[in-house]
Design a binder for this molecule. Structure first.
Ligand SMILES: [Fe+2]
Ligand SMILES: [Fe+2]
Length: 207
């Protein structure tokens, strides 16, 4: 494989840096596949739940899919916990950082704060504040995150739920990560799409 001529960055010339720029674009194009690879590693390790973290991720995405949610929502649902692998104490921020260049702002924000919103389901049982989500009141996406947690995230720890396999979601993930990074037409600041689309849901059920 062709490489640069330099061993220290300060010695590189234009040709070297053009070569690297092209390779970077090629490498970035496979980020969707690498994320799915990471997700499949969530199969390992004991979490204490009745399902693995991979099962949980697939269940969350499957619920989004059957609700008729759009590609941004389904991919957000699938990858919302991918940060567990390397950032167990701020997995929400980690996932948001990864998703930010390629997803609608609404979905990225939801992923970024979902852990605080999930506390309403359990924090009180540990003597902690279940209402930390209140600090986000007034945010235009507040109710979207409430719904994300209620319908998809907190419900997806069910060993009896029949969910779609990782490979089902691969084309959708590839499509999303093939978008132009940081494109305002993708990030659509301020735009809110519903989590549930009855028409899309019905069409999916008939296939
Ligand atoms: Fe989470
Ligand atoms: Fe989750």
């Amino acid at each position: 494989m062709e490489t640069v001529k330099f061993s220290q960055m300060k010695h590189g010339d234009r040709e070297d840096y053009e070569l690297l720029r092209d390779r970077d674009v090629e490498y970035a194009g496979k980020v969707g596949d690498r994320l799915l690879e990471s997700l499949s590693q969530l199969e390992e390790g004991f979490s204490g739940f009745k399902v693995t973290r991979l099962d949980h991720s697939l269940q969350t995405a499957t619920r989004a899919w059957w609700d008729g949610a759009d590609a941004d929502w389904v991919v957000a649902a699938l990858l919302h916990d991918v940060g567990d692998l390397h950032a167990p104490y701020n997995h929400d921020e980690y996932a948001a950082l990864v998703l930010r260049p390629f997803l609608r702002e609404q979905c990225v924000w939801t992923v970024e704060v979902h852990a605080d919103f999930q506390k309403v389901y359990y924090a009180e049982k540990l003597g902690e504040d279940p209402n930390v989500r209140d600090r986000y009141r007034g945010n235009p996406y507040f109710n979207d995150c409430v719904e994300f947690c209620a319908r998809w995230d907190q419900a997806s720890f069910d060993p009896t739920y029949d969910y779609l396999p990782l490979e089902f979601f691969r084309p959708l993930v590839r499509q999303v990560f093939a978008r132009r990074a940081n494109d305002p037409a993708v990030q659509q600041p301020g735009v809110r799409m519903p989590l549930i689309d009855a028409k899309a849901a019905a069409a999916r059920k008939h296939h």
